[in-house]
Design a protein around this ligand. Structure first.
Ligand code: CA2
Length: 146
């Protein structure tokens, strides 16, 4: 598939633990189940999606830097790095392709430190608080941005 129909979905640190702990905040779906839903929607929308997860800030930065070569847009749940990472923000700005920020929980209804997203100014927009639907809405927004 041509690059213009390819979208990269990135999951940040600890999201590999989904479904095992804190279901009251993050829901009961595992990351694999979330990924299956994303891939099913991608098929419906006629786009190709590649999904990656990393606990490492540097690896996420590398993937974002390389993204424009292969992908037309990206969807990112930067998890805890949302609130701390100037490196991710700079990488998203430099990449120059549309990025959609997503969160399972509503980061504005939680602890004070979660209310600040350092990447927010580097993305097209943010979808927060809709569980797995945040990713699905994020994918739809990324397709709109293509
Ligand atoms: O709501 C979201 O999607 C978050 O990005 C999730 C991050 C959190 O740091 C952000 O503030 C909001 C945490 C992901 C870790 O998920 C876990 C899942 C199960 C058990 C422990 C952590």
């Amino acid at each position: 598939m041509a690059k213009k129909r390819k979208i990269l979905v990135l999951h940040g640190p600890n999201l590999n633990l989904l479904g095992k702990r804190q279901p009251e905040i993050y829901g009961r779906l595992t990351l694999e189940q979330i990924n299956r839903r994303i891939l099913a929607l991608a098929r419906e929308l006629g786009v190709e999606v590649e999904i990656r997860q990393s606990n490492s800030e540097g690896e996420l930065v590398d993937w974002i830097q390389q993204a424009p070569k292969k992908f037309a847009a990206l969807v990112i749940n930067a998890a805890a790095y949302t609130h701390s990472s100037v490196a991710l923000r700079d990488a998203l700005t430099a990449a120059g392709i549309p990025a959609i920020e997503v969160h399972l929980s509503n980061i504005y209804k939680r602890e004070e430190f979660r209310k600040r997203s350092l990447i927010a100014e580097a993305v097209v927009g943010q979808i927060t608080g809709f569980g797995v639907s945040s990713y699905l809405l994020g994918l739809r927004a990324a397709v709109e941005a293509l």
